[in-house]
Design a protein around this ligand. Structure first.
Ligand code: BMA
Length: 826
């Protein structure tokens, strides 16, 4: 691995000989890594995420950057080759070895290999020139839908590079440049393993039918492949020797009583180990280890008999139809080359702990680093994988661009197909939908060549066991139709009309009524793969990101962290939920309350509709910088209130109230487990001051994978009023407690606030328990700790008068003191 590099900028078109002779002003850089990060570390650039620092970094992408390193040639035996492998260069790169040009790379999402055997000396200088994307596309015509589009200026769609880098409605404009994936100098034997593939073909009574395939470099007739499969408990379950013909070897066999790979909510994500050895006669010449899961994945799109004219869109894991509960994932940093495994670990752990069983890697970012998929494999989280095309038309002209996309698609399929977490290949983000909203909606979409032809063909050839879907959203008579496929619901927040059938009904409506989160109730889609609302990050994140003089509501520094426009878009939502804030603390509280209540409302609705609706992926889990966005976890690792509301609403067994027009109310239990649930349930109508109007106990039984109404009350019994709540709890904790109100949060008639009783007890240096007892109804009770790595057993919950909740507060990185812990409510 070549990890130690240096970098420097030059005028575009620098003479390589001049660069090679230049000794001054180089900045140390790590590969994989990032140019901005290296410059900031060297004191040559402000913190790009600092207050309005983006503009001070804007020069970076317009310079020509050179990265270089020197290395000693590794020894080689006869017949062996020295290979330089670049796993990802961002983006227009020219590779030079000691004054000789080796070749170029112009797609960030593919690897490049160069055979340098016979070209190396004792000491070698490897240099890479990165040309600014703007120079490359300067004389190309923009390809856009409308003249006002930002894409007309950036021409990002003409470049195979992470699209969000040019700025997004949650991300700064900081297009990266440099070596973003490892560089290897590899000694390759005369024969070697090029690729190993594992597929679960079927699962039946006798066991799982599986297939192992290997692709071998080298043609000696003496080559053999030994494959050994070990189960999660370390027991060898199969050993096979494969013969190699034309560089290929393959075998099929049955694994009896397999331990299947399940998502964490339905079982264990059991991982087997496949050891593959390439043998030439008696000598092992190459080995490869693969972690894999035995599982099948499909999408059921059969007609839904209960909703005529519609078809299901539900993932089927190991023959079991599932409801996908999850979130969309964007790059975890603007600087995608500088991410570490740890950056991924806590976020994917949070997703799993948040009862999510699916993450959608959104198409405007990157095919994620290996760590992402490895963690999803281990933690039992499915991955919906978009190809990296988003919100644009993509060129279908130019043989070079087409070939580059084809190479990218095939490279990524081969790279990721063995991950048991991989559930879907999806053509792009929103390209078909945006076309459908154009005045010439039935004109052909530039890009369909990829989504409708090249990608499905490549998936069918290289990974036929994984479903393919041409876009998100897609399916039915309109790409965003609620009759089939998946839907992006942006009625709430953006005011975009829903599409019940083949056309949108109504026009864009950004009025408070038009975007109210209660409108999720009108969504009868099959699968909602995007929807969400903005919330401020933690106040602590704002304090870390903004100077003192910008720490106020609507300060220029604050508004710069809102990339969606207009900056006050959230107000139309807040007006009807919390009222408008007057200071920064209220802005944090009100936006977090609104996001949390809105997501809760949406998720409960979509899950009650199971199986007619079979998926809810909220927009969005994470952030790429400290900002105000739709995320439920901020860049510094602070979970917003929305995260905890979502976690409860995503519990595999959910009890939720459905208020019908006229005030009648139903209690629904949604059971997404593989077993029946029987529970003693307590339902209570109470007043915020502590009065109990009535309390009832009912026994409920809900079969596995079923959602149904288990209790009803008429309007007279509920006697809805602003001073009361309707509450449900299971005697044995079968599901999280839940409640519904009868007025907006701002209009609740609650008595004068009395502080709860709080006791905090230290468990060990890193862990405290915080006990909170409510004197009156306590809304939005939460524990704050000013360190992002802190995790809470629960947070942002309500307590009925007299109720106590004990919250475990833990920070695995640092010791906590009592002074770090604050309890608040709203
Ligand atoms: C959809 C996404 C993103 C965007 C989000 C919020 O369009 O696919 O492109 O960030 O909505 O506007």
């Amino acid at each position: 691995m070549l990890t130690d590099w240096e970098l420097k900028d030059f005028d575009v078109g620098a003479d390589p000989a001049h660069v090679a002779a230049d000794r001054e002003g180089w900045v140390a850089a790590h590969a994989p890594g990032d140019t901005y990060v290296a410059l900031h570390k060297a004191g040559r650039l402000p913190d790009p995420f600092g207050d309005r620092a983006e503009k001070d970094c804007a020069w970076v992408i317009d310079r020509e950057w050179w990265w270089r390193t020197s290395f000693a040639a590794p020894p080689v035996a006869k017949g062996e080759k020295q290979i330089l492998i670049f796993h990802g260069l961002d983006t227009f790169a020219e590779i030079w070895l000691d004054g000789e040009k080796l070749g170029i790379s112009d797609n960030m999402f593919v690897a490049r290999e160069f055979d340098v055997t016979g070209r190396l000396h004792a000491h070698n200088m490897l240099s890479i020139r990165f040309t600014p994307p703007a120079v490359i596309v300067a004389d190309k015509e923009p390809l856009v839908w409308g003249a006002t589009e930002n894409t007309a200026k950036t021409k990002r769609n003409l470049v195979r590079k992470a699209q969000f880098g040019w700025g997004w409605d949650w991300g700064p404009k900081l297009p990266t440049v440099g070596i973003w994936k490892p560089v290897e100098l590899h000694v390759r034997k005369k024969a070697s393993l090029a690729d190993v593939k594992f597929t679960t073909l079927s699962i039946g009574r006798d066991g799982a039918r599986v297939q192992i395939g290997a692709h071998v470099r080298g043609h000696e007739p003496s080559l053999k492949v030994d494959a050994t499969l070990t189960d999660p408990d370390g027991r060898e379950v199969a050993a096979r020797t494969l013969t190699v013909a034309d560089g290929r070897a393959s075998v099929e066999f049955t694994v009896a009583e397999p331990q299947l790979w399940w998502t964490h909510d339905l079982g264990k994500p059991a991982l087997y180990t496949l050891d593959v050895a390439l043998r030439d006669g008696g000598a092992i010449v190459d080995t490869h280890e693969l972690k894999l899961g035995i599982r099948t994945i499909a999408i059921d799109q059969s007609p839904d008999p209960d909703e005529p004219g519609t078809t299901f869109f539900r993932f089927v894991l190991n023959g079991v139809p599932i409801f996908a509960r999850g979130a969309c994932w964007i790059p975890a940093s603007s600087f995608v080359g500088a991410l570490t495994k740890e950056d991924y670990r806590w976020q994917i752990e949070d997703a799993a702990a948040g009862n999510m069983n699916m993450l959608r890697i959104w198409g405007g970012g990157i095919y994620e680093h290996d760590a992402f998929y490895e963690l999803c494999d281990q933690l039992g989280v499915l991955v919906w994988q978009d190809f990296m095309f988003a919100c644009a038309r993509y060129p279908e002209e130019g043989a070079h661009f087409i070939a580059s996309v084809d190479e990218e698609v095939r490279y990524q399929i081969k790279r990721l197909r063995n991950h048991p977490s991989l559930a879907l290949w999806c053509g792009n983000n929103e390209n078909q939908m945006i076309q459908a909203f154009q005045p010439n909606f039935d004109a052909p979409l530039s890009g369909d060549l990829y989504y409708e032809k090249m990608m499905p063909e490549a998936v069918a050839e290289l990974d036929p066991a994984t479903p393919y879907w041409p876009g998100s959203p897609y399916g039915g008579p309109h790409p965003n139709s609620m009759r089939a496929g998946d839907v992006h619901d942006w009625t709430v927040w953006h005011g975009i009309p829903l599409v019940p059938d083949d056309r949108p009904v109504g026009r864009q409506d950004r009025s408070p009524e038009g975007i109210a989160f209660t409108r999720y109730a009108e969504d009868v889609a099959r699968f909602v793969s995007e929807y969400g609302l903005h919330a401020s990050p933690a106040l602590e994140t704002l304090k870390r990101s903004l100077p003192e003089d910008q720490l106020y509501y609507r300060s220029p520094g604050m508004e710069n962290r809102i990339k969606d426009n207009p900056k006050d878009k959230v107000n139309a939502l807040l007006t009807t939920v919390t009222g408008l804030p007057t200071n920064l603390q209220e802005y944090v509280d009100f936006t977090q309350i609104t996001q949390a209540e809105g997501l809760k409302f949406g998720i409960e609705h979509f899950r009650r509709r199971m199986p007619h609706c079979s998926g809810s992926l909220i927009w969005q889990l994470n952030d790429c910088w400290p900002c105000v966005s739709w995320s439920v976890i901020d860049y510094n690792g602070f979970a917003k209130a929305g995260y905890f509301y979502v976690r409860r609403a995503y519990a595999p067994v959910l009890a939720s109230f459905k208020t019908l027009t006229g005030g009648d109310t139903e209690l629904w239990v949604t059971n997404e487990t593989r077993h029946d649930v029987s529970a003693e349930v307590e339902i209570e109508l109470g007043t915020f001051g502590g009065g109990q109007i009535w309390r009832e106990r009912v026994a409920v039984h809900v079969p596995a994978n079923t959602s149904k109404s288990v209790w009803q009350a008429d309007a007279a019994k509920i006697a809805s009023a602003a001073d009361r709540y309707l509450y449900v709890r299971a005697a044995d904790g079968a599901f999280p407690d839940n409640r519904v109100f009868f007025a907006a949060i701002k209009d609740l008639a609650r008595p004068q606030r009395t502080e709860p009783k709080v006791e905090i007890v230290q468990k060990n240096a890193h862990e405290w328990s915080v006990s909170i007892t409510a004197r009156e109804y306590l809304y939005f009770a939460h524990v704050l700790v000013p360190y992002g790595a802190t995790r809470f057993s629960d947070n942002y919950f309500d307590l009925r008068p007299g109720d106590t909740r004990v919250v475990t507060v833990r920070n695995r990185e640092r010791a906590l003191t009592a002074a770090d812990i604050t309890v608040r409510s709203c």
